[in-house]
Design a protein around this ligand. Structure first.
Ligand SMILES: Cc1ncc(COP(=O)(O)O)c(C=O)c1O
Length: 420
């Protein structure tokens, strides 16, 4: 197997500046140490296999280090490949722990469960696909699913089990308290894993709370343009590398990934690098846009007697949780830079929820989230577990006033069609 390339060489910039650079600078330069070519833009490599040295004296089983490019050395692309390695290098820097890329968010979640191999997983609501993987694991080895927000269920956890927290939650965008669950995990001897898909950097840093593994569907904000699938696992730095001859978590995950085979493709790795360059710009803009819209919708609901309050009965978003208005709350500390670009709206009836998306011009009616374009989804289309009056909204980088105008005209058209 090729050596891990996420740590070595990666702190060259920190050393040169005597400090860690900003998130924005690291998004653009964290993979510079890997680039041995004069081209400024990254090349795309589609090769699945990489030549060994012609000098037999340099051959070392399982290692294929190119002396001209030690950080960009590979053997076979099911282990590592140039484009995904650069994607991982940037993510390792942005997430604050060595990161590995997978074919999709669910491939990453699956790899995490296989690696930690718990007997029980406490998991709340959230993305239904992760529950699907746990169901598969139950079929294979009897893994038990427990309810995260039920104290009696939490008490059933034992050493080596997992507390898995998705925050903010899909589809509501509401957040969960990571410090609380870290304390619980410590009391019970469990691992704490977090699906942080809905709040990528700079919105939230789960490692500040001692989380063991941070998972993302990179399909959402890391990709950011609705054109690639990706999953990411980042490991808490002190667990990553082995001591006393034992493999660390990073080495273990790399080895298991090569056997599971769920690696990210080279085109996706290339697209991912290109997208990460603008992560901070996009996410701040999307989150700010969202806050403007949610505040406006909230004020309309409160005032009553208008086209918003005629059709919408409730807004769910982290900014609407009671703790959001308390500057000392866990929520404000956990999400200091904004509450994320996804929220849910509850419409007056199933019919309202089903018809609103078709009245809009700037919002595509589609599933997924995190892209530069705004999406709205009558959530029943892809999730059978949610109330049929719910629509999920993912805000893009458009002008928020235009999005507001689109929602206004859509709600007016809905009122004409359905009355009320
Ligand atoms: C919170 C969350 N986790 C995981 C996933 C799965 O990611 P992927 O579609 O990349 O497999 C999704 C997808 O919507 C998600 O919203």
């Amino acid at each position: 197997m090729a050596p891990s390339k996420t740590a070595e060489g990666s702190n060259q910039l920190t050393e040169a500046f005597g400090k860690e650079l900003s998130l924005a600078s690291r998004s653009v330069h964290a993979d510079d140490y890997i680039n041995s070519h004069r081209a400024v833009a990254p090349p795309m490599h589609v090769s699945t296999t990489f030549r060994y040295s012609r000098n037999p004296n340099e051959l070392q089983p399982h290692f294929n280090v190119d002396p001209n490019s030690p950080h960009d050395s590979h053997m076979y692309s099911r282990h590592t490949a140039p484009n995904t390695t650069r994607y991982e290098a940037i993510l390792s820097s942005l997430l604050g722990g060595p990161a590995l890329a997978y074919a999709s968010g669910l491939a990453a979640f699956h790899a995490m469960i296989v690696f930690l191999n718990p007997k029980r997983v406490a998991i709340g609501g959230g993305y239904h696909g992760c529950h699907g993987i746990l169901k598969l694991m139950n079929k294979l080895n009897g893994l038990e699913q427990l309810e995260l927000e039920d104290e009696e269920d939490l008490a059933k956890l034992q050493k080596g089990d997992i507390i898995h927290v998705e925050t903010p939650l899909n589809p509501t965008g509401e957040a969960r308290d990571l410090a609380y669950y870290r304390k619980k995990a410590d009391e019970l001897g469990c691992y704490l894993t977090v699906d942080a898909t809905f709040a990528p950097p700079p919105l939230q840093d789960p490692f500040k709370y001692g989380v063991d593994i941070v998972m993302h569907s990179g399909t959402k904000y890391f990709g950011g343009h609705s054109d690639m699938l990706s999953g990411v696992l980042a490991v808490r730095a002190d667990l990553a590398h082995g001591k006393d001859g034992k493999a660390g978590w990073l080495e273990g995950l790399i080895e298991e990934r090569a056997h599971l085979g769920g690696v990210m493709g080279s085109l996706e790795g290339w697209l991912g690098v290109r997208s990460l360059r603008t992560l901070e710009l996009r996410v701040r803009r999307q989150s700010d846009n969202t806050q403007h819209l949610v505040d406006w919708l909230g004020s309309q609901l409160k005032a009553g007697g208008n086209v918003v309050s005629d059709s919408i009965i409730k807004i769910q978003h982290a900014s609407q949780q009671p703790e959001a208005s308390d500057a000392d709350s866990w929520l404000r500390k956990q999400m200091p830079n904004g509450f994320g670009p996804v929220f849910s709206l509850w419409l007056k009836s199933e019919e309202h929820a089903k018809r609103l998306p078709s009245k809009l011009f700037l919002f595509h009616h589609a599933t997924s989230l995190g892209g530069i374009e705004s999406l709205i989804e009558w959530r029943a289309m892809s999730d059978q577990t949610v109330d049929r009056r719910l629509v999920r909204v993912s805000i893009g980088v458009e002008g928020w006033e235009d999005l507001k105008d689109d929602l206004l005209q859509g709600l007016r058209a809905l009122k004409v069609e359905l009355g009320g």
